[in-house]
Design a protein around this ligand. Structure first.
Ligand SMILES: [Zn+2]
Length: 418
């Protein structure tokens, strides 16, 4: 039912029967488009109940290819013990311990389908681990470029999965430059290389969009009033918004005319790297490269998301907003969620709690609003970051005369600026 790819900038159509990257005309992100009218006639949402509890239960609205799957998706939607009407979508239970499993499962599925051999990825950490695992499953080569100070778990898992790892002295943007250099080499075309960077290939969004289908299905095909989403590259935000449009066309959720059926989409970023928050506050349509990006939430160290124009458009259309959280706030929230909810979250995920509290305090959300907070990964992948940070905090609190630290202080220097 996949009919073509469509540029999100100029609307040009491209064939979906071969590997595609971005729009050759304007470098816009390409979206997979389906014959939704035919799917509507042949597949009703009621049939989903009998399906396996993975993201491939939605294969009616995914590309037709033999899935490279490790059981990703259909993660728990946990009611908060602290806030009625708040749910925590726990993506830490995915294979490789993060939401990146969804996008890379779909992406590697299509790479194998197209006969690609060597997959290159610049990553802030968790996407690297996910690519390494799915490439191993599919028998493809994974070539990973990630900052040298990623959490230890990301380095070790890539090594065990047999990936080729290059540690880069810099940020994900510097890793992307390394992949761009590689693209200029003679072997790139000859040896079947492919760049699977966030939003530079069309199928990671397709995997991530299943989060939107799950939110709807797990809430009984009702939309929440808000979704708070930690935004690095922003693929999940793009994917969920795309899912809502598709579900509306499929008649699975109501249309705009029938009532408020779209959640407010909220981006949360770290105060140490908040290009989307800055652009949102300045009313801009794209972001500027954030200099000196530094935060313990390594997944949020994306100085300029490639799809910034789409992220900002979604915040605007959904009447959402963008919120930042300091590393101190994120650390406190990580500990709070573990103690109160029993969820040992990734720092990026715990940032959602910081954002929710701020938005409740401002009256943006009311207590009766249903809001879904995305915990994008497991805290177990950040043991070195969280452990050292807590040690540092203990040391600080032992010095009663110490003045309050500024919000931009780097914690333990684990993840510093370049
Ligand atoms: Zn275009």
């Amino acid at each position: 039912m996949l009919t073509h790819l469509e540029c999100t900038r100029c609307g040009e159509h491209y064939p979906a029967d071969r590997p595609q990257s971005v729009c050759p005309k304007d470098a816009g992100v390409l979206y997979a488009r389906y014959d939704l009218a035919s799917i509507k006639r042949t597949f009703a949402s009621g049939r989903l109940a009998l399906r396996a509890p993975t993201m491939w239960r939605y294969d009616a609205i995914l590309p037709e290819a033999n899935p490279v799957s490790l059981g990703e998706g259909f993660t728990p939607m946990l009611p908060s013990r602290e806030f009625p009407n708040v749910y925590i979508k726990d993506e830490g239970l995915n294979p490789t311990g993060s939401f990146k499993a969804r996008g890379l499962s779909a992406c590697v599925t299509m790479a194998r389908h197209f006969g690609l051999k060597k997959l290159a990825i610049p990553s802030a950490g968790n996407a690297a681990g996910a690519l390494a695992a799915y490439a191993a499953t599919a028998g493809l080569e994974a070539h990973i470029f990630m900052p040298k100070d990623v959490p230890t778990a990301n380095r070790v898992e890539c090594d065990y999965y047999g990936a080729n790892v290059t540690l880069v002295d810099g940020l994900i943007s510097d890793c992307a430059k390394k992949v761009a250099e590689l693209k200029e080499s003679d072997s790139w075309k000859k040896d079947g290389w492919f760049d699977v960077s966030t939003t530079k290939e069309p199928y990671r969004v397709e995997g991530k969009k299943t989060m939107g289908y799950e939110v709807a299905e797990q809430l009984g095909w009702r939309m929440p009033q808000g979704i708070i989403y930690p935004t690095g590259g922003g693929v999940g935000l793009l994917g969920m918004w795309k899912a809502f449009e598709e579900m509306e066309a499929l008649g699975w959720i109501g249309s705009e005319k029938l009532g408020p059926e779209r959640p407010k989409m909220i981006s949360v970023q770290s105060a140490g790297c908040a290009p989307i928050v800055k652009a949102w506050e300045e009313g801009k349509q794209s972001s500027e490269m954030w200099s000196n990006a530094a935060t313990l939430a390594s997944g949020l160290r994306v100085p300029k998301p490639y799809a910034d124009y789409l992220i900002l458009d979604i915040l605007n259309k959904s009447k959402g907003t963008a919120v930042s959280a300091t590393d101190e706030e994120i650390l406190e929230a990580t500990r709070h969620w573990a103690k109160v909810e029993g969820i040992f979250a990734a720092p990026e995920g715990a940032a959602c709690l910081v954002a929710y509290r701020k938005l409740r305090a401002k009256g943006f959300f009311k207590p009766e609003d249903t809001v879904v907070l995305f915990n994008t990964g497991s805290g177990l992948k950040y043991l070195d970051v969280l452990d050292t940070a807590s040690v540092e905090r203990t040391l600080l609190s032992a010095k009663p005369a110490a003045p309050a630290k500024p919000a931009t202080r780097q914690i333990a220097g684990i993840i510093g600026p370049y």
